[in-house]
Design a protein around this ligand. Structure first.
Ligand SMILES: Cc1cc2nc3c(=O)[nH]c(=O)nc-3n(C[C@H](O)[C@H](O)[C@H](O)COP(=O)(O)OP(=O)(O)OC[C@H]3O[C@@H](n4cnc5c(N)ncnc54)[C@H](O)[C@@H]3O)c2cc1C
Length: 541
């Protein structure tokens, strides 16, 4: 009887079922990856894009509607747009980057219109480009990827990066549907695999487990803003739809109908968290729109999927109260991620670029959530810049070097040999990580007293995983996801302990005020031993 080789064994021994080559490899096919891939081909590169799901339907944007930071090139309007969140973000954003993103987003949204995106048009014939419907947007992007003859590997998560003497040289992974292993040789790589929501079941986020962070860190890249990774979103208790913008029109009440003072969507989420922590039920109602039928109509057009959940339950959210909870969205609507070292969205590893939620968004959002319009604009702009730069990097390679001998590095979870009977299971690692990152009392209301033992548990889980985490009946993807979430949680908490102040969405109960002396970014590096160091902001002009 023939012995079937495990995926782990095949990857560890580089026995790939499929081996491909391209100038540029894009990992992740959300908006940032799609923009990166299209722009790279426009700059003359051959491109392969791999996605964990089906590109066009996977990730945070695909099932949702996105507000976009699309502002007319009018001095006053742009000034107002930049001003609007500087204080909320703890003054860690930079005008120079904001201006670039506003310009690039404006250009690319206009490009989307030319490509046929059906923006709503008002009675004067003016198209409104401040939001995008995820399904339509991503369907259009998939069409453009196909038209550009980009090879797409769907259901094909990247599980590790590959290297040669020049540095990063590609990636390897599996196809979840065929169980085949694949490798892609490339001269440059764009990591566009989204953020990390720790499998909290927020809509569109369960593919977002920090995989790209792990790959980048294994290659030697570092991170910025990992303390700003504790986003919790409001959601009806019975649903996974975490669309929060409309809760700006909500009132929040106790079970008996009395108002919860201070509760709110933008500044009062902590109050909601406190009530939930106390075991109270929290109810919402979009009462401030109750009598405005025009606005209700607009809301339904702007975010249809927000209403599907209520319509199915027979709830009118403008008239009825419904129970809500908070769901962790981690870095998807936080702002931390892979550090960007220059305007091309390069990382600190030559040939490795980062885009979208995989990258830090501090330059435009500072330390306060990038959701609401900034993240979508960043995905568009950073996707464009990283794709352009990755193509240029690839073309600068001597063509003789195209046949490169790819090697791998030992990474946690991909083992040549089976480890033994008492192995650690991916589900167990995931459960233990979630136990540290989900509770408000640890991740939202932070104190040294609580974070330190939590981090010690995570660090010891890391050491345990190094020796005993392994594939169990073909769950290699789950294994690598659990490693990625574990690593992300350690970067988060190590950095959170270093920022001894309250800034942006990082709340330290033991240091409750913003400290002018800590007006810097925190750069986090390392896998086994994590180091955090402050760095100054870019020129703020
Ligand atoms: C409910 C919700 C509403 C939001 N609304 C707004 C809004 O109104 N405005 C705004 O600015 N932002 C909003 N955001 C944030 C916004 O959706 C994200 O910033 C945006 O999707 C980021 O794009 P991305 O391409 O970087 O990541 P994603 O869209 O998340 O795509 C990441 C892709 O990478 C793939 N992937 C992951 N791991 C791997 C791997 N190992 N190998 C290969 N592929 C992989 C995934 O399958 C996915 O397709 C919202 C987020 C949520 C969850």
């Amino acid at each position: 009887m023939a012995i079937e080789l495990t995926q782990s064994y095949k990857l560890a021994n580089q026995l790939y079922d499929v081996s491909l080559k391209a100038d540029v490899l894009v990992i992740g096919g959300g908006p940032s990856g799609a923009w990166a891939a299209i722009t790279a081909t426009q700059n003359g590169a051959s491109v392969i894009l791999v996605d964990k799901g089906y590109c066009g339907t996977s990730g945070a944007t695909a099932p949702s509607g996105s507000g976009v930071w699309y502002i007319q090139p009018d001095k006053e309007k742009r000034e107002e747009a930049m001003n609007s969140r500087e204080a909320l973000g703890g003054y860690l954003s930079e005008r120079k980057w904001m201006k670039r993103v506003l310009d690039r987003t404006y250009e690319n949204m206009n490009q989307l219109e030319k490509w046929g995106y059906p923006f709503p048009v008002d009675e004067n014939g003016v198209a409104h480009k401040r939001s995008l419907q995820g399904p339509e947007y991503m369907r259009l992007m998939r069409r453009k990827l196909n038209k550009a003859k980009i090879t797409i590997l769907d259901h094909s998560p990247a599980l590790e990066l590959l290297y040669d003497s020049h540095g990063v040289a590609g990636a390897a992974g599996i196809n979840e549907q065929t169980s085949q292993t694949w490798s892609v040789q490339a001269s440059s790589i764009v990591i566009a695999s989204g953020g990390c929501a720790f499998l909290s079941k927020a809509l569109g986020c369960n593919v977002l487990t920090g995989d790209g962070y792990l790959l980048a860190s294994e290659a030697g890249a570092d991170f910025s803003g990992m303390e700003f990774s504790n986003a919790y979103a409001i959601t009806p208790k019975f649903s996974s739809i975490t669309k929060t913008a409309f809760y700006n029109w909500a009132s929040f009440t106790y079970e008996d109908g009395s108002i919860i003072e201070g509760a709110g969507s933008q500044r009062g989420r902590s109050v909601i968290a406190k009530k939930l922590q106390e075991g109270q039920k929290v109810f919402a109602q979009l009462v401030k729109v109750k009598d405005d039928l025009d606005l209700q109509k607009w809301m339904r057009i702007a975010q249809p999927n927000f209403f599907v959940q209520f319509d199915r339950m027979g709830i009118n959210p403008f008239e009825d109260r419904f129970e809500v909870t908070l769901r962790l969205e981690g870095t998807v609507r936080g702002t931390g991620g892979i550090r960007i070292v220059d305007e091309t969205c390069a990382t600190s590893v030559p040939g490795l670029f980062a885009a979208g939620d995989a990258a830090t968004r501090e330059m435009i959002c500072g330390g306060f959530t990038g959701g609401g319009s900034y993240n979508a604009a960043w995905a568009i702009s950073s996707g464009y810049w990283s794709g352009e730069a990755a193509a240029k990097y690839a073309s600068s390679f001597n063509r003789d070097k195209r046949d490169r001998a790819l090697t791998r590095r030992h990474v946690i979870g991909i083992n040549e040999h089976s480890i033994g009977k008492d192995f650690l299971d991916a589900a167990e690692v995931t459960k233990r990580v979630q136990a540290e990152v989900t509770p408000f009392e640890k991740n939202l209301f932070r104190t040294e007293e609580i974070l330190t033992p939590s981090l010690l548990r995570l660090n010891s889980l890391w050491n345990e995983s190094k020796t005993s985490l392994q594939e169990n009946q073909g769950n290699l993807l789950r294994v690598r996801e659990s490693v990625a979430m574990l690593a992300t949680s350690r970067w988060m908490y190590t950095t959170a302990l270093e920022r001894r102040e309250t800034r942006g969405m990082h709340k330290r109960l033991d240091y409750p005020v913003l400290d002018e002396n800590q007006h810097y970014r925190l750069i986090t590096s390392g896998l086994d031993e994590i180091k955090v160091k402050p760095t100054t902001l870019y020129q703020n002009t």
